[in-house]
Design a binder for this molecule. Structure first.
Ligand SMILES: NC(=O)c1ccc[n+]([C@@H]2O[C@H](COP(=O)([O-])OP(=O)(O)OC[C@H]3O[C@@H](n4cnc5c(N)ncnc54)[C@H](O)[C@@H]3O)[C@@H](O)[C@H]2O)c1
Ligand SMILES: [Zn+2]
Length: 350
């Protein structure tokens, strides 16, 4: 089992490896005295792993209770959030008790937001079970719910007390979702780590989960420690996301997040190469890697459609949009692109 320590507004460990779920009782008792533990999960994940966690917590002297909501992004809303808060209040969960998020990014984000706000804040643990949640959403303390007008518009920064990534849970994750999470792994390689890029090129999707997840988590940890509240370098993690998000929205969410981000990374890289701000061979190498992971490398949407959609991006500030542009594999910069030049930049990447 690998341990990554995070030193942010809350210090905590991220454990990554096999057979971690059955140890949760012991691991939690090392950081919290015996309390009520409220596990929040979804209808796909709870039936697979809920009993393992409940038994381990019971054996360690905790009192586990659970609430399960319908799986999927559609549940990451104010109704589910209210149901979670009501469930906690009905069960008289206090500020010294503990929440556990067991599931993918949806469960992690909404449980984290409940933890940030219930009784003005209560401790929580992340147990990510999707690849995306392990390498991205469970680390760094961003929590959120969606509004009908847009995703992740309400949230808070709230670091967990512990993150447990049991890679065995990935065995039940459907293949397309696994590949979706791989887009974020390729993102880390493009921004920070040419050695990771080279090793993914060798292995394709058959990489060693524990070591690759550990690498990504430690890269994200470094960013979070430097810029916990996302006002500087953390924006680099947005590589591929401004255009990716535009593709995701334009497709009416028919394309998954990872697919859209993959195409977004390819487009911004092609545009960077054409503008001579990126090493020329990077685009070809990125395309080859994305293809190894059966991820898209382009989009049929026009530059105009993507431009209009990108304008509503959260990373826009006044007349510029902060784009993360690769200079080489493993090296990116944040470039404020004037809105007046954005459509042409996107066009160069199509
Ligand atoms: N907080 C952050 O920093 C951050 C970062 C990136 C993404 N996100 C959020 O994460 C969410 C996407 O995360 P996601 O892709 O994990 O979505 P998700 O939570 O909806 O999980 C995807 C699907 O996989 C199922 N699933 C999860 N683990 C499984 C397993 N081990 N076996 C079988 N099925 C399993 C889920 O039930 C769901 O149906 C979005 O809401 C996004 O906004 C947050
Ligand atoms: Zn993403």
């Amino acid at each position: 089992m690998n341990t990554i320590s995070v030193k942010a507004s809350e210090n905590y460990n991220i454990l990554i490896g096999n057979s971690i779920l059955p140890q949760i009782g012991t691991l939690v008792s090392e950081i919290m005295p015996n309390r009520t533990v409220a596990i929040i999960s979804d209808t796909n994940v709870w039936p697979l792993y809920g009993h393992i966690i409940s038994k381990s917590l019971l054996d360690a002297g905790f009192s586990p209770i659970h609430m399960v909501f319908p799986a999927g992004e559609a549940s990451k809303n104010i109704d589910t959030y209210l149901k979670i808060l009501t469930f906690l209040a009905d069960n008289k969960v206090t500020r010294t008790d503990l929440l556990v998020a067991l599931g993918g990014g949806v469960v992690g984000d909404i449980t984290g937001f409940a933890a940030a706000t219930y009784l003005r804040g209560i401790s929580y643990i992340q147990i990510p079970t999707s690849l995306l949640a392990m390498v991205d959403s469970s680390v760094g303390g961003k929590t959120a719910i969606d509004l009908p007008v847009g995703k992740n518009l309400v949230g808070a920064f709230k670091q967990p007390r512990l993150v447990l990534c049991d890679v065995d849970t990935l065995n039940t994750l459907p293949r397309p979702l696994f590949l979706d999470g791989c887009a974020e792994i390729i993102k880390y390689a493009m921004i920070y780590d040419s050695a990771l890029f080279a090793s993914l090129m060798q292995t394709g999707p058959a990489f060693d989960c524990t070591s690759v997840i550990t690498k990504c988590v430690s890269l994200k940890r470094n960013v979070v420690q430097e810029d916990e509240f996302d006002i500087g370098m953390r924006q680099k993690l947005n590589f591929g996301h401004t255009i990716g998000h535009a593709i995701e929205v334009s497709s009416n969410y028919q394309l998954t997040h990872g697919q859209a981000v993959a195409a977004g990374m390819a487009i911004v890289t092609k545009a960077a190469c054409r503008n001579n701000i990126c090493q020329q061979d990077v685009y070809g190498n990125l395309i080859a890697l994305l293809q190894k992971f059966s991820l898209p490398t382009k989009t049929d949407f026009s530059a105009e459609v993507l431009f209009l959609s990108a304008l509503s991006d959260k990373k826009r500030s006044g007349d510029t949009v902060n784009l993360v542009i690769p200079n080489d594999i493993g090296r990116c910069e944040i470039v404020p692109v004037p809105v007046s030049e954005l459509e042409d930049f996107i066009k160069a990447g199509l």
